[in-house]
Design a protein around this ligand. Structure first.
Ligand SMILES: Nc1ncnc2c1ncn2[C@@H]1O[C@H](COP(=O)(O)OP(=O)(O)O)[C@@H](O)[C@H]1O
Ligand SMILES: [Mg+2]
Length: 723
């Protein structure tokens, strides 16, 4: 495997972008690792057996949290014995096609077919942030599809058992688009769980359950005793799913902060009403920052002020029609329910339109809007302009009556056609009190760099993370049930980790309030998923550079990346990352002549770091240590950092020297407690019977005695290493 930084995968398009690194090249003949055949230098595949030749492709491995779905047919084998092989083949291919399209429609990928079983993957090669939820929804749709298949084919009675499981895996990305190989216990466990699922039922493992219980209804079941597992595996039966993805949770706490943003929106609303001037406002912010919540609070004040509000939401998957969110808004305007049959819906539409427009103009508009809503009407739309014109007529007539707020949620998932429609409404409507509120992640600007530009009344605002005080207040509300003395500590911990993201605060609070048993050792999987999705949405080289820089730490230097990135691309990529507000250039640097950078979000740094497989991580740490050593830094912090990088880079001898030196430096500065900790670190670099242990133990005891009571020395020794 080459020593290249991961040349990331972007939106499932394979390993895009130029490789900025040097790659192991093969000199002379390359022999095949599989059959031993010698191959010419340029060969990428073995001439004899067709195996990919090692070194011909830098394999990219990552640790990722993935969600696996396993579907198997019940008793199909016994049935298949009685059937003609051609019939078996026909049935199976129908079934596989359906399962595959169900999984893919939720953004997953079918990894393999094993006998009658299908294994699907979510979260690799890229993560959407809500992969467990997608997987469970896909499972429901598989069960539904099988039911439909049975109904459509006389005598067919397929039955399935399905399991969904979430966990960490090593993912090997190949150069083929969207391809990945995965390995990890999460897969074996999924397959074991699948065998324990009820017929036509879906069961999920603990992590999947924890990530999705807000949106899926579960029933507990007895733990599954699985072959090859020492402890029984916890499992839940999935019963039903709520219709709207990620809409299960509404705020549990009162609104904190955001008064400036609300004020701005309310003022804009007043202008819209007073001047009868159309406004488009886009609120940008990453997932969980509070866009929807802000929209809800604003909506409330609009309703209080006599406005009318309709809302539509783009979905990340399975969006049947490009105009879905707009169709939802029209339905709200006309009082149409999801469950209304088509003729009733058209009737309601007709009544609404007729009362607003004259009936002659009305008929055309009804036809057009009917098509947009997905109803079969007699209408036939000549072109998009005509359709948009009808939409305009409808909105004009509605807004003439009462000021109107159209909310478009999650516009980053919208189809281009809907974006056009929104811009058109904002651009062409005249002399009407219409406020268009768009809520979106910043990704929208990647697909539509010119969004909103050129419109007469466009503004945007970006939701920043909550400030320290607001974070603490929100954490305080969320942990209200906690005992007083423990609460302060937990509040501080949550506020310190969640980086001002209210959703992260909620997710962490719910883990904490479930008691120590439910407390995971690291970040909740839901948060890791969200952050991972942000990382995966970056262009490959930007992502790769972040991963590389993550090894250096929250603060890093340009030079620490120079070993794997050429200078020109390095500057360009760092600029791009700064433009995205992911890293920032610091005005000072502890290394003379080296530009110092810092990650804006510690969580992104942590999640990026976690993607590195152990071996790569260790190689990178050694490179960073070498860089820091060459920089000839002085000072305890730098020495200790050097020690840690050598340790994590697999050089305990060097680490030992530096820990010792850092300990001595600390001791001289009377930071005795810190000195004792560093001596403890030095001890951990030595094997049990190393003769130097006694000397270091002694120094540690002296330092510790000066700082704390002697009995604490024992505790210091058993303390885990600081990160
Ligand atoms: N300012 C806030 N005060 C209290 N809770 C908030 C605040 N902002 C967001 N929340 C809560 O955090 C969660 C995530 O917010 P949401 O609006 O869904 O984020 P987004 O739409 O940006 O993904 C919701 O439960 C929401 O009620
Ligand atoms: Mg939202």
């Amino acid at each position: 495997m080459g020593t290249s930084p991961r040349n990331g995968v972007h939106k499932g398009e394979g390993n895009g972008g130029p490789s900025p690194n040097t790659r192991d090249t093969l000199c002379g003949m390359a022999s095949c690792g599989s059959c031993g055949q010698d191959n010419p230098e340029i060969a990428r595949f073995c001439l004899a057996c067709g195996e990919r030749l090692s070194g011909s492709e830098p394999l990219q491995e990552e640790r990722r949290t993935i969600t696996v779905i396993f579907v198997d047919l019940v008793g199909f084998t016994s049935r298949a014995e009685k059937l003609d092989p051609e019939d078996v083949q026909a049935i199976l291919s129908l079934y596989y096609d359906r399962v595959r399209s169900d999984i893919e429609s939720f953004g997953g990928r079918v990894d393999k077919f094993i006998g009658d079983a299908v294994m699907g993957l979510f979260g690799a090669p890229i993560s959407f942030g809500d992969d467990p939820e997608r997987a469970v929804r896909a499972a429901f749709s598989v069960v539904e599809s099988v039911r439909e298949l049975n109904a459509q084919h006389e005598g067919l009675d397929l039955e399935t058992r399905t399991a969904v499981n979430t966990g960490e895996a090593i993912v090997t990305l190949s150069s083929l688009p969207g391809q990945a190989m995965v390995a990890g216990d999460v897969i074996n466990t999924a397959s074991r769980l699948q065998q324990a699922a009820p017929v036509n039922g879906i069961i999920v493992g603990a992590d999947t359950y924890a990530c999705t219980r807000d949106v899926i209804v579960y029933e507990p079941m007895a733990s599954v005793v699985a072959k090859g597992k020492s402890a029984p595996v916890e499992a839940w039966i999935a019963l039903t799913s709520s219709n709207d993805p990620r809409e299960g949770q509404t705020g549990r706490a009162p609104l904190v902060g955001r008064s400036r943003e609300l004020h701005m929106l309310r003022q804009a609303w007043e202008r819209v009403v007073a001047d009868r001037a159309v406004q488009l406002v886009t609120v940008f912010g990453p997932s969980g920052i509070g866009k929807t919540r802000l929209g809800v609070e604003f909506t409330q004040s609009v309703v209080d002020a006599g406005g009318r509000v309709v809302r539509g939401r783009s979905l990340p998957y399975r969006d049947s029609s490009a105009y879905g969110p707009f169709a939802d808004q029209v339905k709200q305007l006309a009082g149409i329910f999801e469950t209304d049959p088509a003729d009733l819906a058209i009737d309601k539409l007709r009544q609404t339109v007729a009362s607003l427009l004259g009936s002659s103009q009305g008929e055309t508009v009804i036809d057009h809007i009917g098509v947009l809503l997905g109803f079969e009407t007699a209408g036939d739309i000549a072109d998009r302009e005509t359709l948009f014109f009808s939409v305009r007529c409808l909105i004009e007539s509605v807004a003439a009556d009462q000021p109107l707020l159209l909310v478009f949620e999650d516009l980053h998932w919208a189809d281009g056609a809907l974006l056009d429609l929104v811009e058109l409404l904002a651009g062409r409507l005249r002399n009407l009190p219409v406020f268009v509120l768009a809520l979106s992640r910043p990704d929208l600007l990647d697909t539509r760099p010119g969004w909103g530009s050129g419109l007469p009344a466009y503004s945007s605002l970006t939701l920043e993370p909550l400030g320290e005080d607001d974070s603490r207040r929100l954490a305080g509300y969320l942990l209200a049930s906690f005992a007083e003395e423990d609460r302060d500590r937990q509040v501080a911990l949550l506020a310190g980790t969640a980086e001002g993201n209210p959703l992260f605060l909620e997710q962490m609070a719910s883990v904490v309030t479930e008691g120590p048993a439910a407390r995971p050792s690291s970040l909740p999987t839901t948060i890791r998923g969200s952050v991972m999705a942000r990382l995966d949405a970056l262009p490959g080289e930007e992502r790769g550079l972040l991963v590389d820089a993550s090894v250096v730490g929250r603060v890093f230097w340009r030079g620490a990346l120079a070993a794997s990135w050429d200078s020109k691309s390095l500057g360009r990529i760092l600029d791009a990352l700064e433009g995205r507000d992911l890293v920032h250039r610091e005005t000072t640097s502890i290394i003379n002549g080296e530009q110092q950078f810092a990650f804006k979000h510690g969580l992104i740094r942590d999640v990026a770091y976690e993607t590195l497989p152990r071996r790569r991580r260790s190689e990178r740490h050694a490179e960073v240590a070498q860089f820091l050593e060459d920089a000839e830094l002085s000072g305890t912090e730098a020495t200790a950092a050097l020690a840690r990088h050598w340790r994590d880079g697999g050089h305990p001898e060097k680490a030992f020297d530096y820990f010792l030196r850092a300990g001595e430096q600390c001791g001289r500065g009377w930071a005795k407690r810190q000195a004792a900790v560093l001596f403890g670190e030095a001890l951990r670099c030595l094997v049990e019977d190393d003769v130097r242990r006694r000397d270091v133990l002694q120094r540690q005891a002296v330092a510790a005695a000066a700082a704390v009571h002697v009995p604490d020395v024992r505790r210091l020794n058993s303390e885990p290493a600081p990160p």
